[in-house]
Design a protein. Sequence first.
Length: 475
Amino acid sequence: MSGINYSEKIPNNVNLSDDRTLQRALEQWQPNFINWWDDVGPEGSTDMDVYLRTAVSVDPQGWAQFGHVKMRDYRWGIFLNPGDAERTIHFGDHKGEKAWQDVPGEHRANLRRIIVTQGDTEPASVEQQRHLGLTAPSMYDLRNLFQINVEEGRHLWAMVYLLHKHFGRDGREEADALLERRSGDQNNPRILGAFNEATPDWLSFFMFTYFTDRDGKYQLCALAESAFDPLARTTKFMLTEEAHHMFVGESGISRIISRTAQKMNELKTDDVGKLRAAGVIDLPTIQRYINFHFSVTIDLFGSDESSNAAIFYSSGLKGRYEEGKRLDDHVLKGQTYKVLESRGGQLVDKEVPMLNALNEVLRDDYIKDSVAGVERWNRVLDKAGIPVKLKVPHKAFHRNIGALSGIKVSPDGRVLSEAEWQARVNEWLPTGDDRAYVASLMGRVVEPGKFANWIAPPVMGINRQPADFDYVRFN
Ligand SMILES: [Fe+2]
Ligand SMILES: [Fe+2]
């Protein structure tokens, strides 16, 4: 059963009509969700018809249908990947036991916390991105922004379903609170730091979708291993949507680099002033944005040593990335892992129990994956004959969480004094001047087939549509 029932008020493949109590609870939550969307969703978008894909089945292939819709009328719904009644738990202390269809009492508080923390990031990113539509570099990009926004909205639905279905009254209260917190709000902020940062311009947006949506991928992959089967199945389906978000980020940055490289060759210069005068984003600025977004995002994985991470793993709540493909015992007792610490002005490895280092394990998997995309950006420069390499900074650079948060480290991994850091930080992180320059480029370009000066057109349109397709109708 992979098709989705669209005849119901809340499209779903979880037989919602058989569970009247749950259906009523969700139908009560729905108007509050729409109010939230109207309030802090994409600004000024109410009347637009947007060429969006909507999930119509949960088959890995061909689940999406494209058409122009108003975002408010998007068919937000509840979709789980098909289940396997015989599924067993494949890691931790419960390894070999049957996967749970309900929440075991002893893991209830931790599971709720995990689901709420994941759920909170989804509306947060919509809030962070709400003004970007006003300065879209093209209609194609505007459409991609909106696609991401509606899917993050659906990811919120996915987590709210679990809270309502499995956590009783606390779950309902948590679901309400997810619509009350606001990104960047002093009094009632979103839970995680990176989700309270502004996403003020499209360079930040593409960096965010490349780096921070990828954090989402790794968290979802870890939850897709969960012994709590409804969570595993929900997150598996969310991952199919997440892939597009990272594509938007990777291809967006790639197009910016491509345009910059073209200007560098045309003007035969790497002079920042000349390139800015020509209206493109210079590579040092791009590098500083990479440094910022990478460092803020790797903090999201949490402390390098964490007893909570050990508990979440051993009790089967959260696995490792691709747990099933690993060849160890999947219990990890007595095993160790290397984390970094600063000793006498040097970064040195420290062996710690692996169970306590699982945040670091996930962070390291994430880092490998992020580096790969940066290498693909470098190929754009390489092809253009420009001998510059972009890099992700050292993982100890600009950290605010964990053992490395107390020290200052350069992007190439040298421990610095406070004075050295202060003297050079403007080379490494976006300056007020960089941000003002990038902001000055942001203007609205939305005629079909037109692109802002600072970004190259995409190689291909969405769903094989031409570049000048009318992805958004303004009405
Ligand atoms: Fe998401
Ligand atoms: Fe996402």
